[in-house]
Write a protein that binds this ligand. Structure first.
Ligand code: UD1
Length: 417
């Protein structure tokens, strides 16, 4: 078993380069199956989740090579349109194969994802939308079996969902006619997926807005290269870390426009941010005011940075409130932050935080990808040694986190026990 040992107290100084976006590359990897062909995808992070998706594509019959942040995927011989429980249970994003498999084979068997640490996380929007596209969907021994060529039509989501928008977008590029996705997710990862589908030959309008109109692929393009966008959540994690711990860092390889909500709040507590074309410079003395925050869909403050923000507010000057509007139960980091001395009270989906002067080191345990990042930030901000266990959660979504923080001057190392 591996652990991170962090001796907190060092300022963060220097430069860090952000990896490609996990949440963008995962659906793009599945989209390579829509049209049999050869694809080269650049800026792919080496993560547990990208490795899991490689395994899944191979099970379906794709040839996949990964080296030097580049994926070469040959989907010509895919012949097994199914995603087994063993993989779906370790990574819910496996559900993203549903749309592409239906698009290509008019059949898909995908294990129904179970609950997760943040609550039930249903997939009812995906299923309802596919049924509205005239696809027959049934449950058989824990698997969702979907059959039929998707029709187009108007698909109206009652609530925005990144995953459901992505799946329907991918199903619709091979539908019988045009599809209008109404109340679509606007996240940059959906825009990136749409850009990939446009390269495949689909005609898509309205990416990044509430309504996306898809005209199915007429002339297929099945041999091209694609660059993955930078990971805005990793970038945001480094911004919050520098602000909390104190230091002067340059965060490179980013798209600043993806982080407007985070920048605005950080500026609101007087963190010094210089925004360049592809980088930020963050300066902080580790002393900052408290400010209230609530998560919302893009372009609002991302739920995937809520835990890290809470670690930051734990040592702010004053009291703050964090309201989680996307996942009511996404608070598994609170008991761990309490072990480090934080003063947080939870009432339904709202956390009430009283800033403390000093965070204390402690042995703590990761519970999900972003909760883990919150613990690393708190450990870096404390004075003394913390041991962070169950770090396989971190490895799902952060590439070489200890190397990147070490390069910034942190005292952090991975040990095997
Ligand atoms: C994606 C991200 C995840 C992020 C989340 C919200 C990936 C691989 N994961 O997850 O990191 O935290 O977006 O930005 O990109 N919902 C339903 N029924 C459904 C689908 C969703 O009720 O069928 C609800 C969810 O419970 C949640 C909300 O809709 O309350 C948004 O979820 P959604 O955007 O679908 O999240 P994911 O795509 O699973």
């Amino acid at each position: 078993m591996e652990k991170l040992i962090v001796i907190g107290g060092n300022r963060l100084d220097g430069e860090v380069s952000v990896s490609g976006s996990k949440n963008a590359v995962l659906p793009i990897m599945t989209a390579t199956m829509i049209v049999p062909g050869n694809y080269k995808i650049n800026n792919v992070p080496n993560l547990r989740d990208t490795q899991t998706m490689i395994k899944l594509l191979r099970i379906i019959g794709a040839k996949v090579d990964y080296f030097d942040k580049t994926l070469i995927i040959d989907t010509i011989k895919c012949d097994n349109p199914s995603a087994p429980y063993e993989l779906v249970k370790t990574m819910r994003a496996s559900f993203y194969v549903l749309g592409p498999l239906l698009a290509r084979f008019h059949y898909s068997k995908v294990s129904l994802p179970g609950g997760c640490a943040w609550g039930p996380r249903p997939v009812d929007f995906h299923i309802k939308a596919l049924r509205e596209m005239n696809v027959k969907v049934r449950l058989d021994k824990g698997d969702i079996i979907a059959e039929g060529q998707p029709h187009g039509g108007d698909i109206i989501f009652k609530k925005k969902s990144v995953g459901a928008t992505g799946n329907i977008l991918m199903a619709s590029v091979k539908a019988m006619n045009e599809t209008n996705i109404i109340n679509a997710a606007k996240e940059p990862e959906i825009v990136a997926l749409g850009d990939f589908l446009i390269k495949l030959g689909a005609d898509i309008e309205g990416l990044g807005t509430d309504n996306i109109r898809v005209t199915p692929i007429k002339n297929e393009n099945n041999n091209f290269e694609f660059d993955v966008i930078p990971d805005r959540i990793e970038a945001g994690t480094f911004m919050i870390a520098a602000a909390t711990v104190g230091g002067n860092i340059k965060i490179k390889n980013i798209d600043p426009s993806h982080l407007d909500a985070v920048i605005e709040l950080l500026k609101g507590i007087n963190i010094d941010i210089t925004i360049n074309q592809n980088s930020f410079i963050i300066k902080s003395d580790g002393l900052y005011d408290a400010i209230d925050m609530e998560t919302s869909e893009y372009p609002g403050f991302p739920t995937d940075l809520q835990a890290q923000w809470m670690a930051m507010m734990s040592k702010a000057k004053g009291d703050s409130i964090i309201k989680e509007n996307i996942y009511n139960d996404r608070f598994t980091h609170i008991p761990e932050l309490l072990r480090m001395g934080a003063n947080i009270k939870l009432k339904n989906e709202t956390a009430f935080i009283k800033g403390i002067e000093e965070i204390f080191p402690a042995p703590v345990m990761c519970t999900d990808i972003r909760a883990s990042a919150a613990l690393v930030i708190s450990a870096l901000a404390s004075k003394g040694e913390s041991e962070i266990s169950r770090i396989y959660h971190i490895d799902r979504g952060y590439e070489g986190i200890e190397q990147k923080f070490s390069k910034l001057g942190a005292n952090i190392k991975r040990i095997s026990t």
